[in-house]
Write a new protein. Structure first.
Lengths: 109, 121
C-alpha cells in the first residue's frame, strides 16, 4: 500500500504570499495518478490539479502542480483570502484503488 | 446544473444497515466511473469504494470489504452504497464523487454535498 505524507501539517501565511505544499509517496507513483484537492469547512472537496500538473476546469492559474516519482508539490503563487483551506493530495493505484494524504491546513497568519 | 445529490444518511446502531443513494443530474451518468469517499468528523478523506461506468467492476477499501456493496442503476442515474454490519468507526460524512471521464487521469472532478452517517448506540 502506498502512503502519502503531506507536509507541513499546518501552515500560517498572509494573503499575497507564495506557498508550496509537499506530498511525498512511500513508493514511486505515476505522475498521471497524482491529484490535489482543496476543502473548505462544511464543503465537499474541490479538484484543483490532476495528472500532477494539469489544472482542473475553472481553477485559477495561481495554482500549479509539479513533481514526479515520490515527491510532488502544489504551489499557490500569490495567496488570496479564499485560498485558506485544507489541501489533500491523492494517488490512484492498485490496492487500495485511491489513497489520500492526511492534509495540510493553510491558515491566515 | 451538473450535480450529485446524496441521501440516506442518519443515526444507526452498531451492527445495523443503511443504504446511501447518490442521484446524478445533467450529465451522462452511464459513461462515468463513480466512487464513495468518506470523512470522519475532524479527520481526512478516505476512499471507500468505486464502480466502473457499466457497473461490471467494483472495488473496496479493506476497511469495508465484505460489509459494504456499491452498485448503480444507470437507467435511474443513481449510485448506491449498501452498508451492513456498521461499526462506530464507520461514522463519517459520505460523499459520492465522479471520476474524470475518458482517458483523463484518475481524479474526482465532481462531488456531492455529502450525507452524514452516525453509528452509535
Amino acid at each position: 500500500e502506498i502512503v502519502l505524507t503531506q507536509s507541513p501539517g499546518t501552515l500560517s501565511l498572509s494573503p499575497g504570499e507564495r506557498v508550496t505544499l509537499s506530498c511525498r509517496a512511500s513508493q514511486s507513483v505515476s505522475s498521471r495518478s497524482l491529484a490535489w484537492y482543496q476543502q473548505k469547512p462544511g464543503q465537499a472537496p474541490r479538484l484543483l490539479i490532476y495528472g500532477a500538473s494539469s489544472r482542473a476546469t475553472g481553477i485559477p492559474d495561481r495554482f500549479s502542480g509539479s513533481g514526479s516519482g515520490t515527491d510532488f508539490t502544489l504551489t499557490i503563487s500569490r495567496l488570496e483570502p479564499e485560498d485558506f483551506a485544507v489541501y489533500y493530495c491523492q494517488q490512484f493505484g492498485s490496492s487500495p484503488l485511491y489513497t489520500f494524504g492526511q492534509g495540510t491546513k493553510l491558515e491566515i497568519k | 446544473e451538473v450535480q450529485l445529490l446524496e441521501s440516506g444518511g442518519g443515526l444507526i446502531q452498531p451492527g445495523g444497515s443503511l443504504r446511501l443513494s447518490c442521484a446524478a443530474s445533467r450529465f451522462t451518468f452511464s459513461t462515468y466511473a463513480m466512487s464513495w469517499v468518506r470523512q470522519a468528523p475532524g479527520k481526512g478523506l478516505e476512499w471507500v469504494s468505486a464502480i466502473t461506468a457499466s457497473g461490471a467492476g467494483t472495488y473496496y477499501a479493506d476497511s469495508v470489504k465484505g460489509r459494504f456493496t456499491i452498485s448503480r442503476d444507470n437507467s435511474k442515474n443513481t449510485l448506491y452504497l449498501q452498508m451492513n454490519s456498521l461499526r462506530v468507526e464507520d461514522t463519517a460524512i459520505y460523499y459520492c464523487a465522479r471520476r474524470l471521464g475518458g482517458d483523463l487521469p484518475a481524479a474526482f472532478d465532481l462531488w456531492g454535498q455529502g450525507t452524514m452517517v452516525t453509528v452509535s448506540s
